[in-house]
Design a protein around this ligand. Structure first.
Ligand code: FRU
Length: 484
């Protein structure tokens, strides 16, 4: 019906054309979710970095707008953040959207801008830059700290592998208070795109701060990835929690290869902490086999915290509730499928390129590894294996379709399933034309991987090699193409 290209996502945000990297500057205002992103409107590689702009009333259908901030004499417009300022502390008006981004040329300096027309166009602050450092520092992420009655700002001190923490009364004058991170967590790449916010630990009601630190390279499966720290924050210093041995553990927000630059929306309603990530990896983002556009964003996700049996607090990640609206028809339903060595096969909805959401519980009574495989008639397949004795889920995309555009693309990624006390693993899997996102149903892990099948996957099969298992509560919903 349309002339959209083969790998154009059906239900993920993408620019209409051109190159995209980091989502950034996201803010919720008057019922609208504004999403800005690193955009090259003139080509499909990383150049002419501007803030592209899309907006949504429901987080899943997006309207595309003209470029919001264009490069100027200070340089490219790199990633940043936006806030509302209801007390008019900055003097731009109670109704303004205020953004801070990195102007990148020979040096990286921080520039302020504000919008009086609900985020469509921005006036650049004549007093820029508001922060200048000698060394590479970028991706300012600011937020109102209700406890201290001041603004805070995290700035990635990229090559120094630390996050600088500032505060300000007015968004214009910033005081550096501390630096977090030297020698902590994953250190192999540059530190980029920070975020910091408070969440409540499920069950206990305890409050903790989550500090997001995207790093590139040095991710668990190569290339870029999002790590995080849990700790306390007093407006000046972030103090990370330690494990039983007195070390600060390295934690990952997602266990796939294609989840980067993840940050949250400012001013989201109902105390929500909603995030979105760039669904690619710097290793091959410029090589992926799409044509009119490059890169999509992940599904919008809700952040929470839970305490695991090792005593540590981890992030939980679930698709935002709005994602449920994408369900079209229930195309398959099985309350119980007993599986053994021979695969049990079920067709995926053929009339919409197999685009679907799959819900299932894997009950591995005998402890045998259980394979959940998506495949097509061309011989492409993605094999997801739940190994209950190791409490892992692996995702093998080495034969997923087109993989030869980069030697870094074929990969097996692995997530901890946190299912030590219970052999049942409950999953929600979202299959789009060129991506698969796997969520543990309560959000205990998320795993995001790109795939480029030569033809859509048209079946799912289940097997338990060397044992028996039950697949329970299987439901497959076809998903509408909301981008068509
Ligand atoms: C992260 C990043 C940011 C920078 C932006 C430039 O992917 O390198 O640090 O602001 O991309 O496009």
């Amino acid at each position: 019906t349309s002339n959209r290209e083969k790998y154009r996502p059906a239900f993920h945000h993408t620019p209409l054309y051109g190159w995209m990297n980091d989502p950034n500057g996201m803010v919720y205002k008057d019922g609208i979710w504004h999403l800005y992103y690193q955009w090259n409107p003139y080509g499909s590689k990383w150049q002419n970095l501007s803030w592209g702009h899309s907006s949504s009333k429901d987080l899943v259908t997006w309207e595309h707008h003209p470029v919001a901030i264009e490069p100027n004499g200070l340089g490219y417009v790199f990633s940043g953040s936006s806030v509302l300022d209801p007390d008019n502390t900055a003097g731009f008006g109670k109704d303004a959207i205020i953004s801070l981004y990195t102007s990148a040329a020979a040096s990286q300096i921080q520039s302020l801008a504000h919008s009086k027309d609900n985020g469509m166009t921005f006036e650049i602050y004549p007093g820029n830059p508001v922060i200048t450092l000698e060394s590479e520092a970028r991706d300012p992420n600011m937020f109102w700290n209700a406890a201290t009655g001041e603004w805070n700002l995290l700035l990635a001190h990229a090559l120094d592998h630390e996050m600088l923490i500032f505060r300000s009364p007015d968004l214009k004058n910033w005081t550096l208070n501390s630096a977090f991170g030297k020698g902590l967590g994953a250190q192999d790449g540059v530190w980029e795109c920070p975020d910091l916010f408070e969440l409540t630990v499920e069950g206990s009601g305890e409050k903790k701060w989550m500090l997001i630190c995207n790093i590139n390279p040095g991710g668990p499966f190569g290339g870029s990835a999002a790590q995080y720290f849990i700790g306390d924050f007093d407006g000046k210093t972030f103090t990370p929690d330690k494990d039983a041995d007195g070390n600060v553990p390295t934690k990952w927000m997602d266990f796939g290869k294609d989840h980067y630059a993840t940050v949250s929306w400012s001013d989201a309603p109902d105390n929500r902490r909603t995030v979105i990530g760039w669904m690619s990896n710097w290793q091959y983002a410029a090589e992926v086999p799409t044509m009119q556009f490059r890169s999509a964003n992940t599904l919008p996700r809700e952040m929470g915290l839970f305490k695991a049996s090792d005593g540590q607090i981890y992030v939980s990640t679930v698709p935002s509730p709005e994602v449920d609206m994408l369900r079209d028809r229930l195309v398959s339903r099985q309350s119980k499928l007993s599986v053994g060595k021979n695969p049990r096969k079920i067709s995926l909805p053929a009339d919409n390129d197999g685009i679907c959401e799959i819900l299932l519980d894997i009950d591995s009574r005998k402890g045998a590894p259980v394979s959940v495989m998506l495949s097509n008639d061309e011989g492409d397949y993605v094999d997801m294996v739940y190994n209950p004795s190791e409490s892992t889920l692996t995702f093998d995309r080495r034969k997923s379709g087109v993989t030869d555009f980069s030697q870094d693309f074929p990969a097996v990624t692995v997530a901890p399933t946190f299912s030590y006390d219970d052999s049942t693993l409950k999953l929600r899997i979202f299959v789009d034309r060129s991506s698969i996102e796997v969520f543990e149903a309560d959000g205990k892990f998320a795993m995001t991987n790109l795939v480029f099948p030569t033809a859509p996957y048209n079946r799912i099969s289940f097997s338990a090699d060397g044992g028996k298992a039950d697949i329970r509560n299987l439901k497959i919903f076809s998903i509408k193409d909301v981008n068509d």
